[in-house]
Design a binder for this molecule. Structure first.
Ligand code: CP
Length: 287
C-alpha cells in the first residue's frame, strides 16, 4: 500500500499507525517487518529530519536503504521521469520514499511502479508523515486527540504540512484555525481565520508554527522577516504547546529565548518521527 497523503487514509488507518508508533516507542520491540526489504530514498529537495528519520526507521525494521542521488543520475543526461522510474522499478525495490517540489509527484511515481510509494513531501500538496508525527506528539501530551483546539500560524498557503493537518482536523473533529499575513492565507475555505496573535494563541491546546519558506521565495510576500517576527512571531512562552515542523527560522517564527521552553515540543516531534515512519513502513508493508 502507498502512503501518498492523508487524503487517502481513513481514521481507522491513522489510528492504527499511531498505535503502532506508540508501541514501537514504548516497547522498543521492533518486528523486523521490513527484513531484507529494499527502500530507495529519492529526495529532490533538501532535508535533514525527514530523510534521515525514514532511513533510520527502515534500518530499525531490518530493511536496506539506497539513497538515489539525482545529481549523479541519468536524469542529468536527459532521461525522462517515466524511463527513470520504470528502470528503477525493474530492480524490484520494495519502497520508494520521495520528496519533490512538484505537487503530486509521489502519486505520479506510484503509477509506474509495483513498489510502495511513501510521500515525504510533494510541493504544496501533502507531508503526511510530518502530520502523523505531530499527531503522535499531541497524543503524548494530551492523550485524547479528539476535539483539540489547534491554530496554525504562518505560510499556510504554501504549506504541505498545513494541508495534511486539515485532513487530521476533519478526522478528529478539531477546532482548527489559521493565522498569518493575508498573503499567506488561503481564500474561500471553511476554516476560521484568527484576528490577531493574542486571539490565535489563546485557549488553544497546540499552536503549530510554520516556516517562512525562503527557498520558495515566500519572503517576497511579506515586507521583511523582522516585520513578520513583530506581528506573527512567538516571543514569549504561551499557555499552549508550541510545535514547528522545522527547520525553524530562529527569531522569525520563534524567538531563541522561547525555543528552550518546556512547552516547545520541536525535538519531541523529531524523536517521534522515527517511530511514526517505522509504523508507516510497517502499515504499508502489511496492507
Ligand atoms: N519537517 C521537515 O520536513 O524537515 P526536513 O525538511 O528537514 O526534512
Amino acid at each position: 500500500m502507498h502512503c501518498l497523503g492523508l487524503k487517502y487514509f481513513n481514521k481507522n488507518q491513522v489510528e492504527s499507525i499511531l498505535e503502532k508508533a506508540v508501541y514501537f516507542k514504548s516497547t522498543k520491540n521492533y518486528t523486523k517487518s521490513l527484513q531484507d526489504a529494499i527502500v530507495v530514498n529519492m529526495f529532490f529537495e533538501n532535508s535533514t529530519r525527514t530523510k534521515t528519520s525514514f532511513e533510520i526507521a527502515a534500518l530499525k525494521l531490518g530493511a536496506r536503504v539506497v539513497n538515489f542521488d539525482y545529481t549523479k543520475s541519468s536524469l542529468q543526461k536527459g532521461e525522462n521521469w517515466i524511463d527513470t522510474i520504470t528502470n528503477l522499478n525493474a530492480m524490484h525495490p520494495d519502497f520508494f520514499v520521495t520528496r519533490h517540489a512538484y505537487s503530486g509527484f509521489a502519486y505520479y511515481i506510484s503509477q509506474f511502479t509495483q513498489a510502495n510509494v511513501i510521500n515525504a513531501g510533494d510541493g504544496t500538496n501533502e507531508h503526511p508523515s510530518q502530520a502523523l508525527l505531530d499527531l503522535m506528539t499531541m497524543y503524548e501530551h494530551k492523550k485524547d486527540i479528539e476535539n483539540l483546539k489547534v491554530c496554525i500560524i504562518g505560510d499556510i498557503i504554501n504549506s504541505r504540512v498545513a494541508r495534511s493537518h486539515m485532513y487530521l482536523a476533519k478526522m478528529f473533529n478539531w477546532d482548527l484555525s489559521f493565522y498569518g499575513p493575508s498573503t499567506f492565507l488561503p481564500q474561500n475555505i471553511d476554516i476560521k481565520i484568527e484576528k490577531d496573535l493574542k486571539q490565535a494563541i489563546s485557549n488553544k491546546d497546540f499552536v503549530i508554527l510554520l516556516r517562512i519558506q525562503l527557498e520558495r521565495k515566500s519572503g517576497v510576500n511579506i515586507p521583511s522577516l523582522d516585520e513578520y517576527n513583530k506581528f506573527f512571531g512567538i516571543k514569549e512562552p504561551i499557555g499552549a504547546y508550541i510545535m514547528h515542523p522545522g527547520p525553524v527560522n530562529r527569531d522569525v517564527e520563534l524567538d531563541s529565548t522561547v525555543y528552550i521552553d518546556r512547552n516547545v515540543l520541536i525535538t519531541k516531534q523529531v524523536e517521534n518521527g522515527v517511530f511514526v515512519r517505522m509504523a508507516i513502513f510497517d502499515f504499508c508493508m502489511s496492507n
